[in-house]
Ligand binder design. Structure first.
Ligand code: CU
Length: 148
C-alpha cells in the first residue's frame, strides 16, 4: 500500500489541478502596470511621518528604472498615492497594500512598515503625490514628483 501512495498523491494533485485550473482562474495578479523592469539604476527614498513626507518632493529621470523605497516611521497608516502616472511599476518588497481602484500608484503602509518598488516613468512632467488618508494631504502630506 505504501508503494502506491506517491501515485495516489500525484493523481489527487492532477485532479485538483484540473478542477481548479479553469481558464478563468489565475494566480493573484501583481500590482497594476507590473512589469519586469530589470535592475534599478537609481534609488530614491521617501519617509512618511505623522503627518508629513521627507523629502517633500522627488525627482526621477525619464525612462530610468528607479527603486523607490518607502518607509513609514509614523505610528499611523500612511500611503503614497499618485492618481495618474504614466509608468511601469514592479514590486520589489511589499510591506502593505500596493494598489487601489482609483490610482495608478497607491502604496499604503502601517506605522513602522516599509516597502520598495521599481518604477519607470515614461512621460516627463510634474505629478502630485499625496497621502489619501482623510485629512492628511490637507495637513501637508503631499508633494511633487518631477520627471525630466
Ligand atoms: Cu498620511
Amino acid at each position: 500500500m505504501s508503494r502506491s501512495a506517491p501515485l495516489v498523491a500525484g493523481l489527487l494533485a492532477w485532479v485538483l489541478g484540473v478542477a481548479c485550473g479553469g481558464p478563468g482562474e489565475q494566480a493573484p495578479a501583481p500590482a497594476p502596470g507590473a512589469a519586469d523592469l530589470g535592475p534599478a539604476s537609481a534609488t530614491r527614498s521617501l519617509t512618511m511621518r505623522d503627518i508629513s513626507y521627507a523629502p517633500g518632493g522627488l525627482e526621477l529621470r525619464i525612462d530610468e528604472v528607479t527603486e523607490l523605497r518607502l518607509e513609514n516611521r509614523g505610528t499611523i497608516t500612511h500611503d503614497f498615492t499618485v492618481d495618474t502616472l504614466p509608468a511601469e511599476l514592479a514590486v520589489v518588497r511589499a510591506g502593505g497594500r500596493m494598489s487601489n481602484q482609483r490610482s495608478d500608484v497607491h502604496i499604503a503602509l502601517d506605522g513602522g512598515r516599509s516597502a520598495a518598488v521599481r518604477i519607470r516613468v515614461t512621460v516627463p512632467g510634474e505629478y502630485r503625490f499625496y497621502c489619501s488618508v482623510a485629512g492628511h494631504a490637507q495637513l501637508g502630506m503631499e508633494g511633487t514628483l518631477t520627471v525630466r
